[in-house]
Design a binder for this molecule. Structure first.
Ligand SMILES: [Zn+2]
Length: 380
């Protein structure tokens, strides 16, 4: 069997120590919000901001407007007033960045680094933070989903993804699924609590013995490089949905369902979308994909026997086309790739660029193919 690797995917770099066990420690959170090194990644209406083509980050101690926002929010933490609709602000603690500078925060002699936060502003004249309080940030252009996002260095892209996923959740989830009361952030914006204090009003969320809060949501997606056992062939596929105006080939992918293993989800998606029988699935690498997904990159082996490898798009009408191609042809396309969101393939068609996990999966298949080729040549 081949070994799995530790491929680092776009959005998937992990520079922060999340110290998740300290998020409920109010003293720690207060210190991280008021430390002179603290850095905030501001978002306006769910979009991050661009400064000199890079993700805008703000050191709170050097920015009067951000200092005012933080000082206003500290007394509201863990109260109903801190929720986005009342305050105009969602705040979420991201973690500590280990630093060689002498200015980092030290907590209990053990936990050290520069505190990082994400903050989202959705303000109006009725919210506690007013439009005038954040006017200074309006001059920056928004980091919209597109080339400017996918051209960030991976460190910045991964910070963006981390903040975006929490802030998007804090923006969308406003009411308790158990009783309809407003919910408000606790643990520095990483959980939401039901505000219903009337015990005569039943709430299955509040009254549940264990999960009496709402957690952020991540929706897992399996994405599979379907290969022949010797890695010499890969099945590429094209969705009926157009990618701008180009023909873009990718890999088979789909949402995992409840109570399904990754392996079963991958084999099911392969059968539903291509009609092929997958004999074995291995996980290779994963990628956070903001705002809510985790891409789980897999290899799906199909043992060629004249039946298993036959493509039939008749079950699920999602794909426009699927075909087996030689791994060597994909390797050549990757070798000629000059960067950007898509890789030129055949005339007028493309493959996903290196910010997509499909690219890492194809590279992985190529590596395994080369290894096997090397072995068979040694055996000659
Ligand atoms: Zn409730």
């Amino acid at each position: 069997m081949f070994e799995t690797n530790n491929t680092e995917t776009y959005f998937g770099q992990s520079d922060l120590n999340r110290v998740s066990f300290l998020r409920h420690d109010e003293d720690f959170i207060r210190q991280t919000l008021t430390h002179k090194s603290t850095v905030v990644i501001p978002f306006i209406k769910g979009e991050a901001l661009l400064s000199d083509n890079d993700l805008l980050t703000v050191t709170v101690s050097e920015d009067a407007a951000m200092r005012h926002v933080i000082e206003t929010m500290i007394p509201l933490l863990n109260t109903k007033e801190s929720r986005l609709d009342a305050s105009g602000v969602s705040l979420t603690f991201l973690g500590l960045l280990e630093s060689t500078s002498t200015d980092f925060l030290t907590y209990k002699d053990e936990y050290k680094g520069i505190p990082y936060y994400g903050i989202n502003f959705v303000v109006d004249e009725k919210t506690i933070i007013k439009p005038k309080d954040i006017a200074t940030f309006e001059k920056y252009s928004q980091l919209l989903r597109g080339p400017s996002l996918f051209e960030l260095a991976n460190g910045a892209a991964s910070l963006y993804s981390h903040a975006k996923m929490y802030l998007d959740w804090l923006t969308k989830y406003k009411f308790c699924p158990g009783c309809g009361s407003v919910i408000y952030p606790i643990d520095a914006g990483t959980k939401l609590r039901c505000s219903n204090e009337d015990m005569n009003v039943k709430c299955d969320v509040r009254d549940h013995k264990v999960n009496n809060i709402c957690f952020p949501r991540t929706d897992p997606v399996v994405i599979i490089a379907i290969v022949s056992r010797d890695f010499s062939k890969v099945c590429i596929a094209r969705s009926k949905r157009k990618y701008h105006d180009v023909v873009l080939y990718g890999l088979v992918a789909g949402f995992m369902e409840c109570s399904e293993t990754v392996e079963h989800a991958a084999a099911r998606e392969i059968w539903e979308e291509t009609g092929m029988k997958c004999d074995e699935v291995s996980m290779v690498c994963t990628q956070p994909w903001p705002p809510v997904n985790l891409m789980i990159g897999c290899i799906g082996f199909v043992d060629f026997n004249g039946v298993n490898e036959k493509i039939d798009l008749g079950h699920d009408p999602e794909l426009a086309e699927a075909q087996w191609v030689d791994t060597e042809e994909l390797m050549e396309a990757h070798a000629n790739y000059k960067g950007g969101m898509i890789v030129p393939f055949r005339d007028g068609s493309y493959l996903p660029g290196n910010t997509a996990v499909a690219y890492q999966l194809v590279d992985y298949v190529a590596e395994q193919y080369k290894k096997l080729q090397g072995k068979s040549q040694c055996n000659l």
